[in-house]
Structures are given as C-alpha cells and as structure tokens.
Design a protein around this ligand. Structure first.
Ligand SMILES: [Zn+2]
Length: 199
C-alpha cells in the first residue's frame, strides 16, 4: 500500500477483504480503534455489572499513536500541532520523498498493530458434548455445534480464571457463568490447564 492508501485506510471508510472472500466496506481503522478502547471488543465478555469495560491494549495503542503522530509533526515542521488527529494524519498525504517513505512505514506499523489487536480475540472453545439445557449437540441447517466456551482473556493474553469463563448454547440460548460449569468439566473430562490445546 502507498502512503495515500494507508492514510485512507486509517481515516476513511474503505474496502477490506472479508473471511468470505468478498470485499466489504469497513469503518476507518482509527474509528475501529476508538470503538475497541471502550468496548468489549477483543476483551472477551464483561462482568455484566453495567460498567464500561476498557480495553487497555487498545487504549495503549491509541495513546502511543497520538504521541508518535504529534512527535513526527514536530520533527517535520518544527511546530506543535493543534487540531484533530485525523486531520493531522490526512495532511501527511502531501509529503514527498524521504518523509513520505518514512511516514509510509509509520502508518503501516499502526495499521498492523491495530489490526492485530482487533483480531487477537481467540475463537471460543467448542466442546463436543450435548448442551445440558436442550440436550442437543448441533443446531440449525448447518449443524453447527451448540456449545461455545469463552475462556480466553484477550487483555492478559492468557487463559482466564475458570470462574470468569462463560459458556453459551447457540441452539437454545442458555448461558452459564464460570461458577456453573461443573457439568462442562465433568462431561469433557478436561482439566483447566489443557483447555487451550483442546480448542
Ligand atoms: Zn442448548
């Protein structure tokens, strides 16, 4: 991608290749980053207490990015920037030569970091056992597995304590929190520590 392309991806709605192989419209990467900062995206599920869940990894990326953008502006122009981050980054499209090459690297680094953060959410574990509520293992015309277990703490990048796991049945809608998962451990005969390998 050229510098102009990368600035476009960061600051404007753009086309992106979906898992299905189709191109879909995606919000600006910086908007996705902002959304991730104060939502459960890439954090797993909240405690349900109604409080705002803050994704500390997203917040750190956003703060580092802002600081770097302001520093680069100062390096290039000798003046301090006052205004919107998006406008600052858009203005970089006008640079040419060495600065353009350098900014191409900077903006690509941001895009890679943000995308890696947004995609770091691990897929849930799909244990191959019947749902204790509806007794089904699969549901729907595609025969998808009923149960999903969210066990990964994306913020800490490790397996969450079992008490904060959440299991759901996509077939009947039943949901269990970590304190009600005895059936899961009994049925799957899976000690906590090997769950990551099983998934
Ligand atoms: Zn069920």
């Amino acid at each position: 991608m050229s510098l102009a392309d990368q600035i476009h991806v960061l600051t404007s709605e753009h086309l992106t290749l979906a898992d299905t192989g189709e191109y879909i419209k995606a919000p600006p990467i910086l908007v996705q980053l902002r959304a991730a900062c104060t939502s459960t995206i890439a954090v797993g599920r909240g405690s349900g207490g109604g409080g705002m869940v803050v994704n500390s990894k997203a917040v750190k990326i956003e703060n580092d990015l802002k600081e770097q953008a302001l520093n680069e502006h100062y390096e290039m122009t000798g003046t301090e920037y006052r205004g919107k981050l998006v406008d600052l980054i858009k203005s970089w499209a006008e640079f040419e030569g060495d600065w353009a090459t350098y900014l191409e690297k900077v903006t690509l680094g941001w895009i890679d970091d943000i995308r890696a953060m947004l995609e770091s959410k691990r897929p849930p574990w799909r244990p191959s056992i019947p749902c204790p509520a509806c007794s089904q293992r699969f549901y729907g015309p595609e025969r998808e597995p009923c149960l999903s277990v969210h066990y990964w703490d994306d913020d800490a990048e490790t397996i969450a304590p079992p008490s904060s796991w959440i299991a759901k049945c996509d077939g009947c809608g039943a949901e269990w929190n970590g304190n009600n998962l005895k059936w899961l451990r009994a049925a799957s005969d899976t000690p906590d520590k090997v769950v990551a390998r099983v998934s």
